[in-house]
Each structure stands twice: as C-alpha cells, then as structure tokens.
Design a protein around this ligand. Structure first.
Ligand code: CP
Ligand code: NVA
Length: 284
C-alpha cells in the first residue's frame, strides 16, 4: 500500500491521470467535524476517477433512529465503499458487518487508522526505511496514539508513549501492538523518552467529544508539549509529526510546527496519497 501511495503521489505531482476507480462512488458519513479527512477522501476518490458524497449524519435518517444495519444494507446498493467518522468503534464494526462493500474507518474515539497510514508513509519518505526507527508519542494516549502504536509495531519500528499514567493508550491497543514482537514502551517522563528518537509525535490534549474535560486535561498534560527545548534533546535529525488540528502552546509550539524539523505539512498531504492507495486496493 505504501509503494502504491508513493507512486500515486508521483503521478499526482506530475499531473498524470490515474483513474484506478472509474465511476466508483464513496459515501462519507461524518458524525464529527473534519478538514483533512473529508477533503482528502473527497478529492482522492475524484482523482481516481470516481466521486464522493458527503453525508452528514444529522442529515441521514440514521440521525432520526434508522438502524446502522438498515443504513449499511441500503447504502451498499448504491455505493462502492463507505468511509465513516464517528464516536463508538462498535458502530463502525456494525456498519462493516452489515455492509456488502468496504467500510473505511475515518476516526473513532479509539482509533484513527487512515492517519496512521499517512504517518508511516511520511516516516518512510523521510528516512527511506521503517525498520528500527524510534517513534516517541507525547501527551494524550488517544485514538491517534493507539493506531500509530499498532502501525509502528506491525512495521518494525520501536514505539514509546510518554504520557501521564492516567493518559496511557488503551490496553486493547497495547496488547495488539505488543503481539507484533517489537518494542512498545509506556513511560511517563517526556525528557528521558525523547533521547535517541527519530520521530516525535503529538496530538491535541482534548479530542472531539471531550470538551467538558478541557480544563482538567490542560492541567494534567502540562509538561508533555513539544517545544524547541524538547526537540533539541531528540537531536537535529529528528522529525516532528502531528495529525492536526494543532493547538499552539498546548501540545506543540507554533515554532516547532513551522520549524525546520517539522514534517507535519507533508504528513497532512500524505493523507491524500495514502488513502487513494487504500481505496484503490479495497474498492472493487
Ligand atoms: N487529522 C485529521 O483527521 O484531521 P481532520 O479532523 O481535519 O479530518
Ligand atoms: N485525537 C483527535 C484527532 C483529530 C484528528 C480527536 O479525536 O479529536
């Protein structure tokens, strides 16, 4: 998938047509806001020769109590694939279990696998390899952390999550990642964690759906943000990733986000290429 993503990126930059999915349609169900996921999927399916439909959950009968099962069965009669961003992971799995077309997870409370695809694509692009790369995730062990951890473990990278004890990634994801046999460490000291890191990664401290907890999270996570000083400890060759959106001065400073070591903007672009490769491989 990563090889195909690199090739599709090259073709897109060269403005060479690559209609791998002519006439196919992707329905995109959103129960949470989005900038990158929405635009990269919609543009991506278009560049592959197909079309995308933005389906706000509030505008679907789903929002008035139609079941996920009935929605899955009916949408499977019209569409070639569904991308869904929602709260419960179980809802994505129920949709997938009842649909006869591929269902792509566009973020849930517990995972964000499409983000992880773009992240590993970006790491490989920068370092020319994945095996043995040390990725240090700092801050809240959330959905983005969980998917990144699993992706790193599957691809032979060493993963460290430096979080306060109450903000560790979910056990379920840790078990999946550790089963791959590579190093997955959970620590609470950000300064020690970044020594020897190739990649520093962070995400917002308050995810969508957690706004009521914002004050507590700001207090608990203070000291886990990436600034110039922390980055200097990792060394001048380390890169910084962030899935975005960012909150300057909380989990990352504006200087670092726009600094020489930031690969954040390539990472955001790579959502497009990675998801095009994913769609090309799973949609019939
Ligand atoms: N990183 C990411 O998923 O961004 P959006 O919330 O803008 O889609
Ligand atoms: N952890 C964040 C990621 C946003 C792309 C959230 O779930 O809101």
């Amino acid at each position: 998938m990563l090889d195909l993503a690199d090739e599709l990126k090259r073709l897109q930059h060269a403005r060479e047509e690559h209609h791998l999915l002519p006439g196919r349609t992707l329905g995109m169900i959103f129960q949470k806001p989005s900038t990158r996921t929405r635009v990269s999927f919609e543009v991506g399916i278009y560049q592959l020769g197909g079309a995308g439909l933005y389906l706000s959950a509030g505008d679907l009968q789903l929002g008035r109590g139609e079941t996920i099962k009935d929605t899955a069965v009916v949408l499977s009669r019209y569409l070639d694939a569904i991308m869904i961003r929602t709260f419960a992971q179980a809802d994505v799995e129920e949709l997938a279990a009842n649909a006869s077309i591929p269902v792509i997870n566009g973020l849930t409370d517990s995972s964000h696998p499409c983000q992880a695809l773009a992240d590993v694509m970006t790491i490989r692009e920068r370092f020319g390899r994945l095996e043995g790369i040390k990725v240090v995730y700092l801050g809240d062990g959330n959905n983005v952390c969980a998917s990144l951890m699993v992706a790193c473990a599957k691809l032979g990278m060493d993963f460290v999550a430096a979080t306060p004890p109450d903000y560790r990634p979910a056990d379920e994801a840790v078990v999946i990642a550790r089963a791959e046999g590579h190093s997955v460490e959970l620590v609470d000291d950000p300064l020690a964690a970044v020594e020897g890191a190739d990649v520093l990664y962070t995400d917002v401290w308050t995810s969508m759906g957690q706004d009521d907890e914002r004050e507590r999270r700001l207090r608990d996570l203070a000291g886990y943000g990436i600034d110039e000083e922390l980055l200097a400890r990792a060394g001048s060759e380390a890169i910084v990733l962030h899935c975005l959106p960012a909150h300057y001065g909380e989990e990352i400073t504006e200087d670092v986000l726009y600094g020489r070591q930031s690969a954040v903007w390539d990472e955001a672009e790579n959502r497009l290429h990675a998801q095009k490769a994913l769609m090309a491989l799973v949609i019939r």
